[in-house]
Write a protein that binds this ligand. Structure first.
Ligand SMILES: [Zn+2]
Length: 113
């Protein structure tokens, strides 16, 4: 269910920016979604269609850029992509790691008319 709240705040942000730009219509919204957020693009799209009805963002295209989960090993400094929640360093087999990418969730840009 958290896609609903996320979509609502994303829409508020977009509408605020559109108003500032004195735009009549929002054409496209570019979103960045980290894999770790668990946010499903299709859900966001579904809620967006519902919530944006009658606003300048009604009918806007949503574009998603997925960011894979990346971690850095604190032991050897290796950067690696985390697959299937395997948090083990592929180089030294250590598991003292930190997440460096994959938690992103933001509106990268919007295109207005
Ligand atoms: Zn390592």
């Amino acid at each position: 269910m958290h896609e609903l709240a996320i979509t609502q705040s994303m829409l508020n942000l977009v509408l605020g920016q559109a108003e500032q730009a004195k735009a009549k219509r929002v054409g496209k919204i570019n979103l960045v979604i980290g894999e770790m957020t668990g946010v499903v693009g299709d859900c966001v799209r579904f809620y967006f269609d519902l919530l944006s009805k009658g606003t300048p963002a009604d009918g806007a295209t949503l574009s998603f850029k997925a960011v894979p989960t990346q971690a850095r090993c604190r032991g050897c400094g290796k950067l690696f992509e985390v697959r299937e929640f395997d948090w083990t360093c592929p180089r030294c087999n250590g598991n003292n790691i930190e997440i460096v990418a994959g938690k992103e969730l933001f509106v990268e840009s919007i295109e207005v008319e």
